[in-house]
Design a protein around this ligand. Sequence first.
Ligand SMILES: [Cu+2]
Length: 171
Amino acid sequence: MKKLLTALALSPLLTVSTLAHAQDAAHAKGLMIDQAWSRVTTPTARVGGGYLTITNHGPHDDRLLAVASEHSGTAEVHMMTMQDDVMIMRPVAEGLVIAAGETLHLAPGGFHLMFMQLNQPHVVDEPFSATLTFERAGSKDVTFEVLSMRDSMDRAAMRDGHEPEAEGHKH
Ligand SMILES: [Cu+2]
């Protein structure tokens, strides 16, 4: 990071045009990602979930195609469904559609990200990052906070009853 800052400082023209371009891209593509979180895992866990809210402010539907992170060998977009009275989860085959103008919540019990072949556990207050690849918006880096079991239950319960705008209080 220090190297990058030095390089940018030495070339002010590059800095300005690069930042302006990045901002244009973020607005033009119209996807907003927030409230990315996960829950703590046991130290030897091989899988962990990822939850977030995606809002598509753009005029076109978009699609979440892929997920990758350094702390997992593979990662997938999953959905939970009932099969013969048992909750099962399976990969979303053709990518997860975020329709134009819609907000999609990935939350426990529904759509979620599944980080697999973990090479390190999810530890409370140690955020991790992942790269989400969208059909139109391209790749986006997202930081996931890691909540304790208790806090994650609160977060999941909040999701059931309220839109994000109503979540005024913090724990
Ligand atoms: Cu899953």
